[in-house]
Design a protein around this ligand. Structure first.
Ligand SMILES: [Zn+2]
Length: 394
């Protein structure tokens, strides 16, 4: 198979002749006499596009290195057919630039920071570089991003050299050579040299922009995340919008945002604690107000009330038979307390007769039981309260 993508990585169409067709039941796999379609390899995704009028969904590498076009199942393609191959150029170009960006970043990491690359992945959203280091400082990542964008603005040509394995070994490349026989060296002039069979843009200026998305530790290695080209520019625009919006809302500069958010979080925690204390005091006062001389009380509270506030008040009372109901998104939360002289009442014995009135579920441990009822009918809820009163006071 003639690999036209090595002669000219910018070829978008080519006339080809079908040399092999295989129907797998899931797809139609097609090989051609020559190709501009690069197969998935080395973290770079396979090309997409069209063979004649048929969609090429992916391109995979055969055992001999040739490209296998993956078409939808049962495509009526035959050996000998002469058809036009056309690339989804947007997809290819984006990944060609991203792949060249990866070479440039790995080269700069190695030369400037003595950090090796152990694995790479080019995704739809971002590029990842897994390094051989367990820790990398933010200052190093920042220096890398500055150097990468400097190399983009300096417009370094990206060129190829074919050479013997021995000559290539003598270059002392940053990564060992994996292939046998002659070697294809990709050189970003003045930045990086490495053996690679992939497709790349012709100049670093085509990468346009490198934008760091941060880094994290995975399997004892630091993995770096980047965007490049259009996606990097879009990230910068969108992120700046978010920052400016936050600056306006919080009336501060970008470098003060983190401190401001932390102060707000602390204030929120304090306010929540104060609210809980207030609700507890309120619940206690409410029970004291509602409880009768038998120690019985029933309370229907507002939606959103935390029933835990009522549960917390229970130890204050010597004898208490209390039911609290609280509407909750069309259902009803319930809480029952049986304390002191009422503790001898077997709650589990009440479950069938009492809870079934409002279709309630739940349980607990003496003296407090709670749960949710699949009911919000006022009459049924009033019936539930009366039945509870009659049962405990009889
Ligand atoms: Zn490459």
């Amino acid at each position: 198979m003639e690999k036209l993508y090595y002669q000219d990585t910018y070829l978008k169409t080519a006339e080809v002749v079908v040399t092999a067709v295989r129907h797998t039941g899931k797809a139609t796999e097609v090989q051609t006499d020559r190709t501009i379609f690069y197969p998935e390899s080395g973290g770079q995704p396979g090309d997409r596009g069209f063979l004649g009028s048929y969609s090429v969904l992916d391109t995979r590498k055969a055992d001999d290195g040739d490209s296998v076009l993956i078409l939808e199942k049962d495509c009526p393609v035959s050996v000998g057919d002469s058809l036009v191959l056309s690339l989804d150029w947007g997809h290819r170009y984006r990944f060609m630039a991203m792949h060249a960006a990866q070479h440039m970043l790995s080269g700069l990491l190695f030369t400037n920071h003595q950090i090796g690359t152990v694995a790479v992945h080019q995704g739809e959203e971002y590029l990842t570089i897994e390094t051989d280091k367990a820790e990398i400082s933010q200052e190093t990542v920042d220096a890398l991003v500055r150097a990468a964008n400097q190399a983009i603005s300096e417009a370094h040509p990206i060129i190829y050299h074919e050479m013997s394995h021995k000559d290539a070994e003598a270059l002392g490349l940053r990564r060992s050579i994996k292939v046998e026989g002659d070697v294809r060296i990709v050189e970003i002039v003045g930045v990086d040299r490495i053996a690679c069979g992939g497709v790349h843009v012709a100049n670093t200026s085509e990468i346009r922009l490198i934008y760091s998305l941060g880094h994290e530790q995975i399997r004892g290695h630091v993995r770096l995340y980047f965007r490049c080209g259009e996606q990097a520019i879009e990230s910068a625009i969108q992120n700046e919008k978010v920052i400016q919006g936050l600056n306006r809302r919080l009336s501060c500069k970008a470098d003060e945002l983190e401190g401001q958010v932390e102060a707000l979080q602390n204030a929120l925690t304090e306010a929540r604690n104060a609210r809980t204390q207030a609700y507890k005091a309120l619940a206690l006062a409410e029970i004291k107000d509602a409880v009768d001389s038998y120690g019985f009380c029933s309370i229907v509270c507002e939606e959103g009330t935390d029933l835990l506030c009522y549960a917390n008040a229970v130890p204050t009372f010597q004898d208490l038979a209390m039911v609290v109901l609280c509407p909750d998104k069309g259902r009803t939360k319930w809480l029952i307390a049986l304390k002191g002289r009422y503790e001898s009442i077997d709650f589990n014995g009440l479950r069938k007769t009492l809870l079934s009135i409002i279709n309630a579920k739940g349980g607990g441990r003496s003296p407090v039981f709670q749960g949710v009822a699949d009911c919000n009918d006022k009459q049924a809820l009033q019936g539930f309260i009366e039945e509870f009163r009659n049962t405990v006071l009889k």
